[in-house]
Design a binder for this molecule. Sequence first.
Ligand code: ARG
Length: 265
Amino acid sequence: MKKLLTALLTGAASLSLVACGKSNKLVIGTNAAFPPFEYKEDGNITGFDMDLIKKYGESVGKKIEIKDMDFDAALTSASTGKIDIAIAGITKNEKREKTLSFSDGYYSSNQVVVLSTTTANEIKTATETMTNDEKITYILSQLEGKKIGVQRATTGQFYVEGDADWEFDGIKDAKCNPYDNGGLAIKDLNDGKIDAVILDEAPAKNIVSKNYSTTLSILDSALTEEEYAIAVKKGNTELVNSLNEFIKTIKANGEYAKLLEKYFG
Ligand code: ARG
């Protein structure tokens, strides 16, 4: 009986493989300089996104191979099908949807402003009694003409430079300095080489609290509203559906909450 069952199961498994005509490995692209979503620890790539995608692999019985690359390369590689999946705290956006298909969102995020603690305190004092909209107007006026660091090809860069597709007006006369990753931008801010950094909230908090907790501070006001999603080659509905199914399942069965707890406490 057991033998028969095994034979049946193996048969079914290989049949479904043949039916899909696909390998049983998924190649994943990320940019592992975005803690706590993806980062390197003792030479290994780890983080919230990495755990998430490994769990997905397990759930569909496929091996996961993770490749670290520049953020823009992860997006391009997914759009050309060079990799199967890009997961890298990627903000779902209509412009990107022209070349990629996205899963449902799995994490809400936003852009924040990192400043020297001195400047941040001045702004906090000046804006204390303001409404949120007034605060943002004030902050943007303070950033006019300043040197602002961002991670290349991310929301932060589009926000500073202005981008019609993202509906960002841009920061007046600002000089945008794009870096390979947010950590490098924050380091230059700490070294006094630039005036501010605009970055996704969780990585900004993570990097500042680990290395620059006294010298740098983050303003409370969020500049954007974003949703992270998993990107695949445009039109790969089968994979998108399967990812959505997975996201729904782990949100319902508590595994998603466990991941949040592990990486955000
Ligand atoms: N959420 C931002 C974007 O999609 C930044 C993502 C950067 N991710 C990374 N792993 N470096 O543009």
